[in-house]
Design a binder for this molecule. Sequence first.
Ligand code: CO
Length: 137
Amino acid sequence: MIVALDHIAIAVPDFDRAIKRFMEDFGLPYKGSEDVEAAKTSTAFFPLPETSIELVHPLRGEGPIAGYLEKKGGGLHHLCFRSDDIEADVAHLKAKGYQFLSEAPTIGAHNCKVIFIHPKSCDGVLIELNQPQDEHH
Ligand code: CO
């Protein structure tokens, strides 16, 4: 079941400048950045009540965001819906004919389980589903 719009991601060509813009010009709370090796992407999060703005930038100039920036120069990259049972939601959507960019969820930013629905299945919009994993203390 989808439980929240977890974040909105913007692909940015200059990571540091964009972080400064959101932090200093817009005054958003900066939660820090994280390199997601598996996705070859640097991420920076600015949580707002009930959602976050996510900046995404190529990690070491590589990965899917590099291709996106080359083609579009920057822009709104994806919407992310938070799920409380990502495997069940993926199975449900696959049964309805939705295509995904990977077979199963992988680990993304904040150690969440993540999977992307192919934009072809959603009128050209890239949609991510995520599920925070329990943290063991
Ligand atoms: Co995301």
